[in-house]
Structure formats: C-alpha cells, structure tokens
Design a protein around this ligand. Structure first.
Ligand code: ZN
Ligand code: ZN
Length: 252
C-alpha cells in the first residue's frame, strides 16, 4: 500500500495544506487538497474519494476537482463516499447549484463527473485490491474513520477524532494508523471542546488498545502550534511514531 500525503495539516497556510491522502494513486482519503498538489495526469487516475466528515478542511478540494474533471471530460465518474450525513452535507450545502454547481448532473445527468455513495458503519467497499471499511469515530457528529486492508497490511485512517471516540474496531488493532493531534497539551480544554486530540489525549486513547500499531503516523497539527506539538510528541518516547509532512510518501 502506497500512501502519498497531499496535505496533512490542521490549518491552511503558505507552508501547510489540509487533509488528503492518496492511496495507490487511485483512492483519496479525504479531499482537503487535490488539484493544488496533483498534475492533470495524476488527477485523471483518481477513482474514488472517501470523506471522513464534512468539515471544510477535509472537503475543500472537491469543488475544484469536479470542475477539473469536467474540463478533462473524465469518464467514468469519480465516486464520493461517506456517511449519509456527510454526503447530504456536501450535496445540500456545497455542490448545491448555489455555492458551486451540482456535478452529479454535469456535463449531463446521464454521464456526470461525480457520483455519491452513502455508507453505513461496517459496510466494506472493495476497490482496486483494497477493502475499505468505515467506522464511526466521534469528532463532530457523523464522522468516519476508514480501515484499509490490502491483504498484506491494515491501515486505520482516523481523520479528526475526539478523545471520547475510543478505537473500537471490532477488537482489531491495525498494523498502521494515521491519527490526528491538533493541539498542544496546554490547549486540552479547547481540544476537548472541538473534538480533537493533544499528545497526552492521544496516548490515553492508545493505552486502551490491546497492543500498539506497528506504525503510528500523526497528522492534522495546527500550524500555529506545530513546534510545541512536535516537542510534546517527542517527549512521549514512542519509537514507532512519525509526524507526517505534506508531500511525504509512505510504503506499507
Ligand atoms: Zn473536523
Ligand atoms: Zn480537520
């Protein structure tokens, strides 16, 4: 499994892009950054986008992706997956014909560039040699993490995740995990109020697992606090922890 990090920050800035992880060049986990990090030839390869939740930093690449797909006359359409609430949020509030066109009806209703598929928790999608299973991981209101399995290794992408979420995946511990840490320990109250983690809150959550994943990749650091969060993650003493950077490529 190859994961290319198009964006992994919790904040947009001149130095940071928001969440999108390209799996095996074909499947996106979240769509916070798409066309600003990929060539047209790379965009042409995208088959599906699995959205964790409809917060703007995780979907803001979708409108410009849709527009680009129209220009390149891509067919078949790109499939957008998510919880039913996430799909409704995107279709009713973003690609609603007011904020941006409804690309599930363009260029024609019979041959659009986007399609939507709502998923239920535990409903596995098999695509491109991968099994992708959504799990509710509480952050905002209807938020999926996705467990990916290619037959050789498993990866859990938690996306944004509050400390109350737990990591109940039917008792499975993934080989690797991309987990978020948005705030430093001094901002724990803000993290709790907004459904995010600090380094210490992440450790409390990981301690509930029977074993630790072999690889722990941390994403979604709020750029303003990045230096402090990096120090605090280092102090945890986890040798298998990697702090992700935009542009990184992970081979699992
Ligand atoms: Zn969020
Ligand atoms: Zn986010």
């Amino acid at each position: 499994m190859k994961i290319r990090v198009l964006g992994c920050a919790g904040t947009v800035s001149t130095e940071s892009k928001t969440s999108a992880f390209l799996v095996n060049d074909r499947i996106l986990l979240d769509g916070g950054t798409i066309c600003s990090s990929l060539s047209l030839d790379e965009i042409r390869l995208i088959k599906s986008v699995f959205i964790s939740h409809p917060h703007f930093d995780h979907i803001k690449g979708i409108p410009s992706l849709a527009e680009t797909l129209i220009f390149m006359e891509k067919n078949p359409p790109v499939s957008i997956y998510g919880s039913y609430l996430t799909i409704d949020s995107i279709s009713q509030h973003i690609l609603n014909g007011i904020i941006w066109p409804d690309f599930t009806k363009l260029p024609t209703e019979s041959s659009p560039v986007l399609t939507y598929t709502g998923l239920s928790e535990g409903e596995t999608v098999r695509l491109e040699g991968l099994s992708i299973t959504p799990y509710f991981l509480y952050h905002n209101y209807s938020d999926f993490g996705y467990l990916l399995d290619d037959g050789k290794s498993t990866l859990l992408y938690t996306s944004d995740i509050g400390p109350d979420a737990g990591l109940c995946l039917d008792g499975k511990v993934p080989d690797s995990m991309i987990i978020e840490v948005s705030f430093p320990n001094s901002k724990e109250e803000l993290a709790l109020r907004t459904g995010h983690l600090t380094p210490l809150l992440m450790m409390e959550m990981l301690k509930n697992l029977p074993t630790l994943p072999a690889n722990i990749f941390v994403s979604h650091l709020k750029t303003y606090f990045r230096d402090q969060i990096v120090l605090e993650l280092g102090a945890l003493g986890l040798s298998n922890l990697t702090i992700l950077k935009d542009g990184a490529v992970i081979e699992l």
